[in-house]
Design a protein around this ligand. Structure first.
Ligand code: PGA
Length: 255
């Protein structure tokens, strides 16, 4: 059985004051939502603030990236063990903005997931096709190959411990959302790829949809049988909208 899960990717947004108000709104609005249904993924400097406000609240938190290395001369990088010291449960790996702007390959994404898993973080592995790839009919091959390369590097045990986020690049921050049917089609494909390596895990792994999820479209996306929740960017910065999205997920019930 898979329970629904929604993570808010704050990206490079926030301030101590703005986060305090947002976290307050999330904590007070989350009563009645099951523990673990919701998480926020904050910039590194704000993880201590998340830990201080969210500890004991049922809302979990995490980071948006980590180093593939455990420690050493890697100026500017942050190790998974450091994220654990601030109570993180999750870390994004392979977000399309990192793949596009920082040249992250699926191999590197696999190594980062291994580093996350090694310290007890759940990697949220992002995959998704660009508009040109979708228009060329390559969605299936691009997404399967991202997962296959990830698997070759990280291995089935790390994949089994991960959450997968399908985020079509053309839908991120654009206001264009994949239709529920488009999302379902790719989510079902992702589940088949997982099933080929770990049939048992395929029925339990959470596959989130991301890309312009809003209060107004969340329920129809989350109603799809293979959509287990969302990875929400812009709308996660608005407490009441993010809570609406989380409530929509929970209302769909476990699959
Ligand atoms: P968006 O971002 O909801 O603003 O489209 C999603 C993401 O990048 O994770």
């Amino acid at each position: 059985m898979r329970s629904k899960f929604v993570a808010g990717n704050w990206k490079m947004n926030g301030s101590l004051a703005a986060n305090a108000a947002l976290l307050e709104a999330l904590v007070s609005g989350s009563h009645g939502l099951p523990a673990g249904a919701m998480a926020v993924l904050a910039p590194f400097p704000y993880l201590a603030q998340c830990e201080a406000r969210l500890s004991g609240s049922g809302i979990r938190w995490g980071a948006q990236d980590l180093s593939e290395h455990a420690s050493g001369a890697f100026t500017g990088e942050v190790a998974g063990s450091m994220l654990r010291e601030f109570g993180c449960s999750f870390v994004l790996v392979g977000h399309s903005e990192r793949r596009a702007m920082h040249g992250e390959s699926s191999e590197l994404v696999g190594r980062k997931a291994v580093a996350a898993h090694a310290v007890g973080l759940t990697p949220v592995v992002c995959v998704g096709e660009s508009l040109a790839e979708r228009e060329a009919g390559l969605t299936e091959s691009v997404v399967s190959s991202q997962i296959q390369v990830f698997l070759d590097v990280a291995g089935p045990a790390v994949l089994a411990a991960a959450v997968i986020a399908y985020e079509p690049v053309w839908a991120i921050g654009t206001g264009k959302t994949a239709s529920p049917e488009q999302a379902q089609e790719v989510h079902a494909l992702v589940r088949r790829v997982v099933a080929a390596v770990d049939a048992g895990r395929a029925s339990t792994i959470q596959i989130l949809y991301g890309g312009s999820v809003k209060g107004s479209n969340a329920a129809s996306l989350f109603a799809m049988p293979d959509v287990d929740g969302g990875l929400v960017g812009g709308a996660s910065l608005n407490g009441s909208e993010f809570l609406d999205i989380c409530r929509a997920a929970v209302a769909c019930g476990p699959t």
